[in-house]
Design a protein around this ligand. Structure first.
Ligand code: URA
Length: 428
């Protein structure tokens, strides 16, 4: 590999030049090996955030991150594979009902997930609320479970895109998370290395998401879809609302309970709608659009797949879920209609109650979180419960309550209410 110099690469991006393929290959590899220092990579990440990257540069950067580690291969499985990735939201428990549902439709779901950081929850943290469940699987265990159950949600091993692991941790502490080229390459390097045959991206838009407006969400979606297609992965993206949190719960055990309600044929309408929309896209991408996932929810086969998936990872799907020791109810200050419920306010409250972590080594509380008893558009009566806050430490209530302040509006009962669509757009 030709030798470059970190300062030369940083200066090129600082001066708005396109980086060459060999500069990109070198800097990603050298950073992973430790030959480029953290302060040099953070300077380059900031230059990328400020000056952007061309499609060619993003594709090459993604390929270099994939090449930093191993690639999985599911081509020997007897069924096609499909995966879903969400860019992260509040109350976003969709993977939990979705993975077994798609498996019940005959498509294998190999989902390598992460833990939550900041106000968005992590799928592994939610599943770890189930007694006995373990996130770490060997590649052989993952293959065997995909063949027998059809769905695996587990921790990504250290071998997958190690360059991203190092760079993501650096971006997190240098104010460089919000760069579209870096987000797109980070997500897609992991998903392409994971080896799924088709991929559906749930790109969140709104206060509770990375992307606050539709235009930047669309740009991120188009960038990721192009990266997936170039790598031979059938990729589509849905842009979905994250101004309002999903469902009625944000936390770990309480989101598992809500997901089980969906698998039992009930659950909040928005969670069911998004689960089915994403399942249909995954099935179509895997060539199985002859199956209607709504039938598999109704006939109990998605629930059977969930129980098998949890048991295969040593969890007990029938065990009681952990409950928080303390609770606090917030009542409606007026009667009328709930006109707005802000996803970021709810996410921050759940996080401050102990459902999320501030540093990646922090533990999370399984029982902590927020339950909201009304959704935008619902009539509310003064004094009725609006939120239930849950935590093991009562001293956390004060800061959680502060984050809910200004996070919702109650309008007069006769004020016009315009519902916003959950699925905003589709990019393919
Ligand atoms: N999720 C990722 O995996 N990477 C990012 O950069 C942002 C969200």
């Amino acid at each position: 590999m030709p030798d470059h110099d970190a300062v030369e690469v940083i200066a090129a991006k600082r001066d708005r030049h396109e980086l060459s393929d060999s500069q990109i290959d070198w800097v990603v590899d050298a950073y992973t090996r430790g030959a480029v220092a953290d302060e040099q990579m953070s300077s380059l990440a900031m230059a990328i955030l400020l000056n952007g990257m061309s499609r060619r540069e993003i594709a090459r950067w993604t390929a270099a991150m994939i090449a930093s580690g191993e690639r999985m291969d599911f081509s020997s499985l007897s069924r096609p594979t499909a995966d879903k990735h969400s860019t992260g939201g509040v109350g976003d428990k969709i993977t939990l009902p979705l993975a077994p549902l798609v498996a019940a439709c005959g498509v294998a779901v190999p989902q390598l997930s992460g833990r939550g950081l900041g106000h968005t929850g992590g799928t592994l943290d939610k599943l770890e609320a189930i007694p006995g469940w373990r996130a770490a699987l060997s590649n052989d265990e993952m293959m065997a479970q995909l063949e027998s159950v059809g769905a695996v949600v587990c921790a990504a091993g250290d071998g997958l895109a190690p360059a991203d692991k190092k760079l993501y941790a650096l971006r997190d502490v240098t104010g460089t998370v919000e760069a579209i080229p870096l987000i797109a390459s980070s997500i897609m390097s992991k998903k392409i290395a994971e080896g799924t045959g088709s991929l559906v991206l749930d790109v969140k838009v709104g206060t509770g998401a990375f992307m606050k407006d539709v235009d930047s969400a669309r740009e991120l979606a188009e960038t990721m879809v192009a990266l997936g297609k170039d790598a031979g992965v059938h990729t589509v993206a849905l842009l979905t609302d994250m101004a309002t949190p999903l469902g009625r719960t944000a936390g770990n055990a309480i989101e598992v309970a809500e997901s089980v309600e969906v698998l039992a044929g009930g659950g909040p309408a928005d969670v069911v709608e998004l689960t089915l929309a994403l399942a249909r896209e995954m099935l179509a991408g895997a060539g199985r659009d002859d199956v209607d996932p709504a039938d598999r929810l109704a006939d109990g086969s998605a629930m059977d797949a969930w129980k098998a998936m949890i048991r295969a990872q040593d969890g007990d799907p029938d065990a009681p879920l952990p409950e928080a020791r303390e609770s606090h109810v917030v009542t409606a200050p007026a009667s009328g209609v709930l006109a707005r419920l802000d996803a970021m306010a709810v996410g921050l409250a759940a996080w401050r109650l102990g459902a999320g972590r501030a540093r990646k080594e922090d533990p999370v509380q399984a029982g902590a979180g927020v339950v909201w008893h009304a959704r935008p558009g619902d009539a509310v009566t003064e004094g009725q419960p609006l939120f239930t806050l849950l935590t093991d430490d009562a001293h956390r209530f004060e800061r959680a309550l502060a984050s809910l302040e200004g996070g919702y509006d109650i309008a007069p009962a006769d004020a016009p209410y315009l519902p916003t669509p959950l699925v905003i757009d589709r990019v393919s």
